[in-house]
Design a binder for this molecule. Sequence first.
Ligand code: URA
Length: 261
Amino acid sequence: MERLDKVISATGKKSRREVKLLVRQGRILVDGVPASAAEMKVDPETATILLDGESIGYEKFTYVMLHKPSGVLSAVEDSRQQTVLDLLPVELRRRNLSPVGRLDKDTEGLLLLTNDGALSHQLLHPKSHVDKVYYAQVDGALENADCVAFAAGMTLGDGLACLPAQLEILSPEEALVTLREGKFHQVKRMLAARGKPVLYLKRLAMGPLQLDETLAPGEYRSLTEEEIAALQSAVNGLISTERQKSSKDFCGKYEKILAKP
Ligand code: URA
């Protein structure tokens, strides 16, 4: 059971303060009866909650795909700099969303935001085998020895041991990098350790979830039911991940996203 004002504010449509007023005005019905107090307890899964006669459209969790632009922090709030939450409308900002993992300020691409803490935790856990796929442009010429070093599992200069990763060379200065974990600046540090510093980085996929190519940087959309189910299956180990697919399929899949304007 949860407080009525919490349930309604979780939809993003009304704040808790607004709910208090609406209850006083008799505009909220719970199972056909005017709500007695904003603090009254309801079961959001079973109660019929109407505002001015319309369903409040309660959803337990919210899942948003954002095409993160460069120059924005992957944080919930910051006193000085713009964060990814600042890119969302107020209804979504009210829903306690957090980014699932962080992208660097200058990294672009797929960022999932959700208030489903359990799923978020599982997606980030290396044991869940949810691969993250990045497109990188580097300063230098990539070569087969770099792929071998990535596949072997690199240990960086500061002793940081990385799990085996996949490097697929698209051109001497471009590659797809697939990681199973998400250590701080990991792609940049791995490529820098090979003497090829990253000039541009974009995340294309997280497990089965691919960046929607119709979203311009800074745009977002809700995940579809299928995408949510695919993520849940991925953490339950029910689907294969990209690294099991052939290199050709793998690159082909990202062709559209990688197409330059
Ligand atoms: N690796 C990095 O170096 N930066 C990111 O933003 C994500 C992965």
